[in-house]
Write a protein that binds this ligand. Structure first.
Ligand SMILES: [Zn+2]
Length: 301
């Protein structure tokens, strides 16, 4: 028998849940229940300047109104600094991470000097300036070393991973992302490190989240390997697009969930996931019917 299944929903308390975030919440709940597992909620409030005080409670109330109740008290990332620091210390001790003294301007200059000026709308791939030391500068941020030391010199790290909906995926993290930040110059913990440390601490076996987060997966798998942590199964759910064709998000003013008719709201999220229409008088009864429907979809995939 394998490890017990544990799924999770990990909202950022930057605004109330909207139709798009409910799709990921519902899918993660259905998946955990269909696999006879447990379902956890984690409040991803590491990016503190964007978090709204009290919004975690609003989100938990929205979930509860839809019958989505976590099996444990929610974990808040803002309480986890010591665990993130311990993970960073381990990476530093193993030579897998290093301090970086570069400002954004330093990075742009180094890229321009190397003939790789940053393209608009593309994040700069860190040129590796501080890989061999700070050369007298002070550390600003901490980065993960994404190249693997080999007999013939440093080698790129390509991560191959499998998405339960999207199929085989791969990313050359060294080339496409570069040595990414674990702790930012403003002292905040980077999303990647927090997620990896918390998924392991909560023993999460099945990550189900929105497709907009799929691009982070290869980086998170590299971090899991560097920390000697297990890699969970991944499933990225379809995004809900607004009228302008962009993904619904708190940033573009997506409306909070309409909870006047919870079954109808669940039904709308379920349709995005390809579930059939289910007739039920209450959210709880609807969810009970939706579990075997989800299991069927996953079996036929
Ligand atoms: Zn640097």
């Amino acid at each position: 028998m394998g490890a017990p299944v544990i799924g999770r929903f990990a909202p950022s308390p930057t605004g109330p849940l909207h139709a798009g975030s409910l799709v990921a919440a519902l899918a993660s709940w259905l998946d955990a229940r269909a696999l006879h597992g447990r379902w956890l909620v984690r409040i991803e409030d590491v990016d503190t300047p964007r978090c709204v005080p009290g919004m975690d409670q609003v989100i938990l109330q929205q979930l509860a109104a839809l019958g989505l109740i976590a099996d444990e008290p929610p974990l808040a990332q803002s309480t986890r600094g010591a665990a993130y620091q311990a993970a960073l210390d381990r990476l530093l001790a193993a030579g897998a991470a290093y301090p970086c003294g570069c400002s954004r301007r330093d990075i742009e200059r180094a890229l321009a000097a190397a003939g790789q000026p940053r393209q608009r709308f593309h994040a700069a791939v860190y040129p590796g300036t501080c890989r061999s030391g700070l050369h007298g500068r002070s550390p600003r941020a901490w980065r993960l070393r994404t190249e693997r030391a080999g007999a013939g010199g440093a080698a790129d790290q390509r991560v191959d991973w499998f998405d339960r909906r999207l199929g085989a995926q791969h990313q050359n993290v060294s080339r496409e992302v570069g040595d990414f930040v674990l702790r930012r110059a403003d002292g905040l913990w980077a999303y990647q490190l927090a997620v990896v440390v918390d998924d392991a601490a909560q023993q999460v076996t099945h990550v189900v989240r929105g497709e907009d987060l799929a691009d982070n997966t290869a980086r998170q798998i590299l971090l899991q390997r560097a920390l000697g942590l297990p890699t969970p199964a991944y499933l990225h759910t379809p995004l809900v697009l607004g009228r302008d064709g962009h993904k619904l998000s708190k940033q573009n003013g997506a409306a909070a969930l309409d909870l006047r008719d919870p079954v109808r709201t669940l039904q709308a999220a379920a349709a995005v996931l390809g579930l059939p229409r289910l007739d039920a008088p209450t959210p709880q009864a609807w969810l009970q019917q939706a579990v075997p429907a989800w299991a069927g979809i996953m079996r036929d995939r």
